[in-house]
Design a protein around this ligand. Structure first.
Ligand code: ATP
Length: 485
């Protein structure tokens, strides 16, 4: 049976390692959980995704500019943003295995099991209790009570031996400077890139001659000490975000929010992700953060279920007003035409780079029967492919190598290429299929006579004979006209 969609992350984890997309961090020391390194293919794919996002945000919009703010920020930033007080997850420990869980997630899993077992009434009742947790005795106490009443056991050990539920702040804390280690030196690793944009709002306005509406885009690392992080690069403790804050006049925020939600959905499809695996899920009004007017997740159908890859939020004037309050610096905008002052509202688009990479790998993964064999192929958009062209001399002969090397040199100017002369041609094709290389060029003896080569297409394995002089053009056209199959 051909595989066109996966039901677990296993095959992606294993392909990522064997082909050099993604490795566990510090693997030779047993690894560091929820932290990953990108290998030679992974970094190429990552850069292509970053470039696609940067282009879609800054290059095609005259009114969106970029910044690259530092990871360390003044500690007051995180007080103003509300992270010191409120960026918490409720956690609970299994005393027997010493494993830590998110209390709300344990209950969600329990509800899922009840549904699977056909106990919909009980599941609805618990869902209601979970949704209203925090309104009775307080969040931790409410969650603890549900776990106790339902006798929910630890998934790994099966034990029913829990600690209390406690709030756990997800920010990594360290000390700044070498002198003392008191509370005054505390500094955080940023848990989101957005605040680096808000604190530069005035700088950008004063220097970039932008007028509302305008946006500021940024790609950068973020750090969260996630309680549960066991889903490969889906939930990491160090990850990368691509965020854009769009500053608008209050009153136009609803319209801008709708526009950005639509645009961002189109971007994911433009990456070649199949439309049926994407959906927009608006947050119900009663679940919105207190400052948010509207929010939606763009979700992808990962092998672990429908999950958020990007969030679109109408954050109102919350962040700018808070920074005004905490820094004492005015964050207003003066509209010269209308001669009025206001604090802009912000529509935010926030996409995880690593989750986007995982989405692309999952969506591209196929297993197909070919001549009684199974080929694994990554049918990703050629514009994202780490290697665009594989170049092979048919056999190891100096004359063939000479022409192949010449072609390699020429194509290198425009595309990422890989020269390979080891193993049978069939094996070389398979290796490139697994790496997602969309075009392979084979140089044979006929080519020495008439200056033509065979180009082989990854997706349908068709082959064409092409003059060497037209190769770049054929590859360029192939990238432009690509359609998902
Ligand atoms: P979740 O509910 O899945 O924890 P979130 O709502 O906390 O996500 P945001 O704060 O909106 O996420 O962050 C924006 C984006 O950053 C997310 O859509 C996701 O792609 C990415 N992201 C957030 N946390 C992580 C993480 N721990 N690992 C990888 N990517 C993440």
């Amino acid at each position: 049976m051909p595989v066109t969609h996966l039901d677990s992350l296993e095959k992606i984890v294993s392909l990522s390692k064997s082909r050099g997309f993604i490795f566990q961090s510090s693997e030779i020391y047993g690894g560091l959980s929820a932290v990953y390194d990108y290998g030679p293919l992974g970094i190429e794919l990552k850069r292509n995704v970053q470039n696609a996002w940067w282009k879609a945000m800054t290059q095609v919009h005259d009114n969106i500019v970029g910044v690259d703010a530092a990871i360390f920020m003044h500690p007051r930033v995180w007080e103003a943003s509300g992270h010191v007080e409120g960026f918490n997850d409720p956690m609970i420990d299994d005393k027997q295995s010493k494993k830590r869980y998110r209390a709300d997630m344990l209950i969600e899993q329990h509800i899922l099991k009840l549904r699977e077992n056909g106990d919909a009434d009980k599941a609805d009742e618990l869902q209601n209790l979970l949704d209203t947790s925090g309104t009775r005795k307080g969040l931790c106490e409410d969650l603890y009570e549900i776990i106790m009443n339902e006798e929910i056991r630890a998934p790994e050990s099966g034990a029913f031996d829990w600690t209390e539920v406690r709030q756990f702040n997800l920010m990594f804390k360290t000390h700044y400077g070498a002198v003392t280690k008191d509370e005054d030196d505390v500094i955080y690793l940023r848990p989101e890139t957005a605040q680096g944009i808000f604190v530069n709002y005035k700088n950008v306005m004063d220097t970039a001659r932008v007028q509302i509406p305008f946006g500021i885009a940024q790609i950068g690392k973020a750090f969260r000490n996630e309680v549960v992080a066991r889903q490969f690069v889906f939930r990491m403790r160090e990850f990368e975000q691509m965020e854009m804050q769009y500053f608008v006049e209050p009153g136009t925020d609803g319209e801008e929010y709708d526009k950005w939600l639509e645009k961002r959905m189109e971007w994911h499809k433009d990456l070649g992700v199949r439309g049926e695996h994407l959906r927009a899920e608006p947050h119900p009004e009663d679940k919105l953060a207190h400052y948010a007017r509207a929010a939606a997740d763009i979700q992808y159908k990962y092998p672990i279920g429908w999950q958020e890859v990007e969030g679109i939020h109408n954050r109102t004037d919350y962040d700018l007003s808070r920074h005004h309050e905490y820094s004492g610096k005015k964050m207003e905008y003066y509209d010269q035409k209308e001669q009025k002052r206001y604090t802009p509202y912000v529509v935010e688009t926030s996409v995880g780079l690593d989750r986007t990479m995982l989405m692309i790998l999952c969506d591209a993964y196929r297993e197909e029967e070919v001549d009684g064999d199974t080929r694994t192929v990554l049918k990703m958009h050629p514009k994202l492919a780490p290697t665009k062209v594989g170049i092979f001399p048919l056999i190891k002969k100096p004359e063939l190598k000479e022409l192949a090397s010449k072609i390699e040199k020429e194509l290198k100017e425009e595309f990422t290429v890989l020269y390979d002369e080891s193993g049978s041609i069939g094996k070389r094709y398979r290796r490139q299929d697994e790496a997602g290389t969309p075009f392979c060029v084979t140089v044979d003896f006929d080519g020495l006579e008439d200056n033509t080569v065979t180009i082989r297409y990854r997706d349908d394995m068709k082959q064409d004979r092409v003059p060497v002089s037209r190769l770049s053009e054929v590859i360029r056209d192939g990238i432009k006209s690509w359609k998902v199959i």
